[in-house]
Design a protein around this ligand. Structure first.
Ligand code: NDP
Length: 286
């Protein structure tokens, strides 16, 4: 087996099985999973992300409901739309594309999505459920990382796991998922002392900081598993991760590339959450 864990390959396999599950759900129960995506404003990167989500819906046979709102949309208008979608039985997942324009209060917008339809798993109820290990949906990026680790047959139990980055959407939930699988988890951040030594002790190193090629070969133990969540541009404007891939790869037992690593998993896990939400909202248990 290659030491490179390709997000493209893992993602394609997961999508294949989601597609079959969706076909079975439509045939047996007449339920089409439905995802509503709300985009406020004209941010070009956000437009690409929204388009990719729509394409993923088409690929898997989901209904995609797209709401492109003007830059001037008020908080009240946005909350009204979410309120309508919360009650719409054809919509099983609601996603508000971030970032929102500055005049909108991101937190109250995200928290207004009913937890059952919160397929990003940002709502405090879903965050709390992850903490106690009794969750319905997982945040997409950490869930994608777990899928890749499992795909490669990597054992987590008892391993020293180091997560660099403590954001609410990646680092913190990532650490919780590794802990639930009995990893011995250390979370690092910008105030961590001896970061190099802490990283160099890791059996499984997950990096999500947003600093191009920050993790160098001397920060990685021989034979470590290295998961690079970062998406950055290097000095030549080329996409790169948080890990100095070229120099770290020879030391790693497994490594994820950028691009083509964790990135492709994220939308796939969003689809997985939406399918799961559609089942739960119709009383179907996996
Ligand atoms: P945030 O900016 O929200 O968080 C970055 C974290 O990294 C913070 O906890 C920060 O510490 C820590 N950090 C920053 N600099 C250092 C440093 N020098 N040493 C140690 N820790 C440091 O980022 P996100 O979690 O949202 O994203 C991280 C990266 O992952 C980005 O490149 C982003 O583009 C990418 N990403 C990729 C996704 C994918 O689909 N593959 C999805 C989401 C994100 P502190 O808390 O102390 O400030």
């Amino acid at each position: 087996m290659s030491k490179i864990i390709s997000g493209k390959i893992v993602s394609a396999e997961v999508r294949e099985s989601l597609k079959k599950e969706t076909e079975a759900l439509i045939e047996s129960a007449g339920i089409h999973p439905g995802l509503a995506v709300i985009l406020v404003g004209n941010d070009p990167a956000s437009q690409v992300y929204v388009r990719n989500k729509q394409l993923a819906c088409e690929e898997l046979g989901f209904h995609a409901f797209e709401y492109k709102l003007s830059e001037n949309t008020t908080q009240e208008q946005l909350l009204d739309l979410i309120n309508i979608l919360n009650k719409d039985k054809k919509v099983h997942g609601i996603l508000v594309q971030l970032p929102l324009p500055d005049h909108l209060d991101e937190k109250s917008v995200l928290y207004s999505i009913t937890p059952e339809k919160d397929v990003d798993a940002f709502h405090p109820l879903n965050v709390g459920k992850i903490m106690i290990g009794n969750y319905d949906v997982l945040p997409c990026t950490p869930a994608g990382v777990m899928e890749m680790i499992d795909w490669a047959g990597i054992e987590i139990s008892g391993k020293k796991c180091v997560v660099v980055g403590r954001s609410n959407i990646v680092g913190k939930p990532m650490a919780m998922l590794l802990l639930q699988r009995s990893g011995t988890v250390t979370i690092c951040h910008s105030k961590t002392k001896n970061l190099k030594e802490v990283c160099a002790d890791a059996d499984i190193l997950v990096v999500a900081i947003g600093k191009p090629k920050f993790v160098t070969a001397d920060m990685v133990k021989e034979g470590a598993v290295v998961i690079d969540v970062g998406i950055n541009r290097d000095e030549n404007n080329k996409l790169c991760g948080d890990v100095d891939y070229e120099n770290v790869e020879p030391k790693a037992s497994f490594i994820t590339p950028v691009p083509g690593g964790v990135g492709p998993m994220t939308i796939t896990m969003l689809m997985k959450n939406t399918l799961h939400a559609a089942k739960l909202q119709n009383g179907i248990k996996d």
